[in-house]
Design a protein around this ligand. Structure first.
Ligand code: BDR
Ligand code: CA
Length: 319
């Protein structure tokens, strides 16, 4: 029986692709759709990648094209040094892509899917939050109709880290801080999986090599696309593999017992040198803070059993 019906909002992206493999293979997950958003590359590239990944690994799942730019800023220049020119590690592609995008824009697709399945849909968002903010603008009531929202983004300083795109901002928050602040302020059940736990969850070279050798075509794909990402991480001083950013949010949906969380409303700074910084007011804090106090509480991940999270990935891909 399907336990989680997930709509996957993504900017593929190498780690987005790894998360999609997990979603497509986990027995308790049904994918209701994939929505693309700009981020790790421009919207043409991320949508092309979503179609390719769906064709290979989730052929019956519809793909809808999403936002090309943040809510209040122009589209960013493409970046190639993290995920490659094609944002999937510049490796040879396998098979034909005969999928087309759904005719609807991603935010419309989100609204329609949530309305058609009240109380059922988990929105899993692992890119800039633009599509979710646009969906809320179009139909604010969806906040009461989703089952929950799980986001990869942000950093709350638990291990001394506040950002990866800037010293003060994680990439998905930095890409569209206005959208993120809207999404964290909506009255839906919200969990945030940020750098505090993804930097603790490292897919080492040995781990990736064992998938290559033991997890068939999926494992080979993981190895191939992660070569570029691993070189990027090594350039940043990390010699032992890649961070499991987007997969961590997918793992949280099915195995939240592997995470510890802190509850409280979250704001995202939208201007200044710390644009994209995420700040939570813990519920345990007695002081008044009007910019937080009127907003709903979110669960922020602050600890993880990383070995178990990685084991879940390996077992799911190998089955
Ligand atoms: C996030 O930024 C993107 O580059 C990754 O795909 C992930 O969603 C990590 O900060
Ligand atoms: Ca991503």
């Amino acid at each position: 029986m399907t336990k989680h019906t997930i709509l996957y909002d993504t900017d593929p992206g190498i780690d987005d692709a790894l998360a999609l493999l997990f979603l497509a293979r986990h027995p308790d997950i049904a994918l209701a759709g994939i929505t693309s958003v700009f981020g790790n590359a421009g919207i043409d590239t991320t949508t092309t990648n979503a179609l390719y990944l769906a064709s290979r690994f989730a052929p019956d799942v519809p793909v809808a094209r999403g936002a090309a730019a943040p809510l209040q800023q122009p589209a960013p220049e493409p970046i190639a040094h993290i995920h490659g020119n094609d944002a999937l590690g510049d490796v040879e592609r396998i098979g034909r892509v005969d999928k087309q995008t759904d005719g609807r824009a991603a935010h419309r697709f989100i609204v329609d899917t949530v309305r058609a399945n009240p109380g059922e849909i988990t929105l899993l968002a692992v890119g800039p939050m633009t599509n979710l903010a646009l969906a809320l603008k179009e139909d604010p009531e969806i906040a009461t109709l989703v089952r929950e929202v799980v986001v990869m983004g942000g950093a709350f300083g638990f291990h001394g880290t506040l950002g990866n795109a800037t010293p003060a901002a994680e990439a998905n928050m930095h890409a569209d801080p206005h959208a993120a602040d809207i999404v964290f302020g909506a009255p839906w059940k919200m969990s945030i999986v940020g750098l505090d736990v993804t930097h603790e969850t490292v897919m080492t070279t040995a781990f990736l090599a064992s998938l290559r050798d033991e997890a068939g075509a999926a494992g080979r794909f993981v190895w191939d696309v992660s070569r570029f990402y691993e070189r990027f991480h090594a350039h940043g001083g990390m010699s032992r593999g890649i961070y499991a950013h987007d997969y961590s949010a997918a793992a949280f949906v099915v195995a939240r017992e592997l995470y510890t969380t802190r509850r409280g409303p979250v704001r995202v700074l939208t201007e200044g040198i710390a644009t994209g910084l995420t700040i939570q007011k813990p519920l345990s804090m007695p002081e008044t803070a009007p910019d937080w106090d009127t907003r709903p509480a979110c669960d922020v991940c602050i600890g993880v059993d990383a070995d178990a999270v990685l084991d879940l990935f390996a077992r799911t891909l190998s089955n």
